[in-house]
Design a protein around this ligand. Structure first.
Ligand code: AMP
Length: 215
């Protein structure tokens, strides 16, 4: 069964939200609040691109067009930081999983590593507000209006189905992300504290008979 067990009380949180929903800001605040590691797939990819690494060269065009990077690249890139964070209290994963396929792939990996249930936090923000925020922020080549609209479309088509996936398997916290930053943080922290009190949120090695996804 499990070859290795993670820190028994590791907190594993996934931030799900459209581009511009505030995932990065909120993930940062949550990581600080709970003393865990913030891991952002988009930030790691942008760093690879800036550094001109092999991964960076492979993904540059894809990221600049607002498409999704292949699952295998993402899984490879995240494996080490996720495992390290798992040993040091846990993580807030921001930007992963992005598709049901990624969640399933992570579930299979996690199964062999004995990590427990995760909590997904969904930040809901209306589309006009997302576009307004992204245009104001204009971070890079993937922040032109056309690419922004495309990224929101990709989110709706590929990432939104994750919400059902998590709602039916694990714990899903729904948050209205269109409010001031501090209010959103407060709402997430309160709901997470409540969720951490539930007996199965720190479940140590997954039992073969239970069907809890552990992306
Ligand atoms: P983000 O900063 O999370 O909005 O991500 C920026 C870009 O990186 C996305 O538009 C994708 O091109 C790529 N990306 C980030 N995370 C993933 C992921 N989990 N799967 C595929 N592509 C990703």
């Amino acid at each position: 069964m499990t070859m290795q067990s993670a820190a028994p009380r590791a907190k594993r949180i996934l931030m799900v939200g459209a581009p511009g929903s505030g995932k990065g800001t909120q993930a940062d605040a949550i990581a600080k609040q709970f003393g865990i590691t913030h891991i952002a797939s988009g930030d790691l990819l942008r760093k690879h691109i800036a550094d001109g690494t092999t991964i960076g060269k492979t993904v540059e065009d894809i990221v600049n067009k607002g498409e999704l990077v292949p699952d295998a690249v993402i899984m490879d890139m995240l494996r080490k930081p996720v495992m390290a964070a798992n040993e040091t209290g846990g993580y807030v994963l921001d930007g992963f999983p992005r598709t049901v396929e990624q969640a399933e792939a992570a579930y299979r990996t996690a199964g062999t590593l004995g990590v427990g249930v995760q909590i997904a936090v969904h930040l809901e923000v209306p589309e006009e507000e997302l576009t307004r925020r992204l245009l104001a922020r204009a971070r890079g080549a993937d922040d032109t209006e056309d690419v922004i609209r495309h990224r929101i479309k990709v989110y709706e088509e590929k990432t939104r189905p994750l919400l059902e996936y998590y709602a039916s398997r694990e714990i899903l916290i729904q948050v209205n992300g269109a409010r001031p930053v501090a209010e959103v943080t407060w709402s997430i922290v309160v709901q997470l504290q409540r969720a951490f009190k539930k007996p199965n949120t720190h479940a140590a090695p997954r039992q073969a008979t239970t069907d809890k996804a552990v992306a």
